[in-house]
Design a protein around this ligand. Structure first.
Ligand code: FEO
Length: 395
């Protein structure tokens, strides 16, 4: 598929993918592994695809070009969803130079244990393709230490690897041709779940790239659709997201053994809604909801309210797993609250408070617990807790 006169898309659309990074990331709309062939006087292949599609990739590539005509390979990022077809490809063209960062060499050697013809590059290095050049820009921790961007002069195209990506399939392939609400949802979910831990690096890198003042007509990420219409809009959106982004949103998330904690959750939501008509409240049972969708809502939230029954002097395992995951996200400037019912010992609230504090949340008020099934007073206390949280967090 032609992207423009000199760039051809040679990647793979993985319509069926529903889990990525093992079981870590849900991909409701599949994903793509984007690979691009750039032709000038010289020809360069930018990135490959995930290993299971490597034979298909090389076969399709052969129908597009005689592999011997590929002068250079650029690997912007060594993770196997982008480098996975290298083994299959390098069997055919073993001497072709592979341009990547020094960290990229380390990562590719670690993955494939081959001493290919690596050419390490750093920010500002250029590769002439004839009339056009590729300029390399290291993009450490966006999202791995090996990551770099490649910029194609004349065409003004930024190949941004995982940055600005989305796990999203469409036969249309361009941002101006797909459903904008679907695209926005997949882009923010991708940012929230994959890039949030690197907010500080992203902020710095965006300023650095913008300071280069390179004209950008198109951003070609490694996943999802290409940003062709108003490509700088997603860069500006990233500038907002990386600064401890929040909306007027509160997320309530819980798990419940016998529905008592659920009853409390519902009363808390009612309490919030009774005093603040503007705030959006979202409620999830984490044992039934998709974890990555919940994390996306937490990313957007100004406050979270987390509930668990007490079990074996601890908290329910799905709640524990969620806390473990959001610890890694390094969220900042978000308030947190705890609630839950218990039968005998009732440690859950204390544990949630402590763990969320360790996760970087501002634990704002003592959590509330109800013994056994909440009676009228227990339900009222939960409602009032919602009122308190709404009033404290009113924008
Ligand atoms: Fe899409 Fe970091 O790999």
């Amino acid at each position: 598929m032609k992207i423009n006169e000199s760039i051809t898309y040679v990647g793979k659309t993985d319509w069926e993918l529903r889990k990525f990074h093992g079981d870590e990331y849900s991909t409701h709309k599949g994903s793509t592994y984007n690979s691009y062939l750039v032709r000038d006087e010289k020809t360069v292949l930018i990135d490959t695809v995930w290993q299971p599609f490597s034979k298909e990739f090389v076969k399709n590539l052969k129908s597009e070009i005689d592999l011997k005509e590929i002068d250079y390979i650029v690997i912007n990022h060594g993770e196997i969803d982008h480098s996975g077809a290298l083994t299959e490809l390098m069997r055919e063209i073993p001497d072709t130079p592979i341009y990547c960062t020094q960290m990229g060499v380390k990562s590719l050697k670690g993955h494939y244990h081959q001493d290919w013809n690596f050419v390490p590059v750093k920010t500002g290095d250029r590769l002439s393709l004839g009339k056009k050049e590729l300029i390399f820009i290291e993009a450490r921790f966006l999202h791995w230490p090996d990551t770099m961007f490649s910029y194609l002069t004349e065409d003004n195209v930024l190949f941004s690897t995982d940055a600005f990506g989305q796990h999203y399939c469409s036969e249309k392939m361009f941002n101006d041709l797909v459903d904008p609400s679907e695209l926005k949802q997949e882009a923010i979910k991708y940012y929230a779940n994959i890039l949030t831990p690197f907010n500080t690096f992203i902020d710095k890198k965006l300023q650095e790239v913008l300071a280069l003042d390179l004209p950008i007509d198109m951003i070609c990420p490694s996943h999802g659709v290409i940003w062709r219409e108003n490509p700088l809009e997603i860069v500006k959106t990233y500038e907002k997201w990386c600064k401890d982004y929040q909306e007027n949103l509160i997320t309530v998330v819980y798990d419940s053994m016998w529905e008592s904690t659920r009853s409390m959750a519902e009363q808390i939501v009612k309490g919030i809604a009774s005093v603040d008509k503007d705030v959006v409240v979202k409620l999830y049972n984490i044992s039934k909801a998709d974890k990555n969708d919940v994390i996306t809502e937490i990313f957007k939230s100004k406050a979270i309210i987390m509930g668990s029954s007490t079990i074996n002097n601890g908290i329910l395992s799905k709640v524990a797993a969620l806390i473990e995951e959001i610890k890694g996200m390094k969220f900042k400037k978000k308030k947190a609250y705890a609630f839950g019912s218990y039968g005998w010992s009732g440690e859950a609230i204390k544990i949630i408070d402590e763990e969320l504090q360790k996760a970087g949340f501002e634990v704002d008020a003592k959590g509330i617990k109800v013994n056994w099934v909440p009676d009228e007073e227990g339900l009222k206390n939960s409602f009032d807790y919602g009122v308190l949280i709404a009033e404290t967090n009113r924008k």
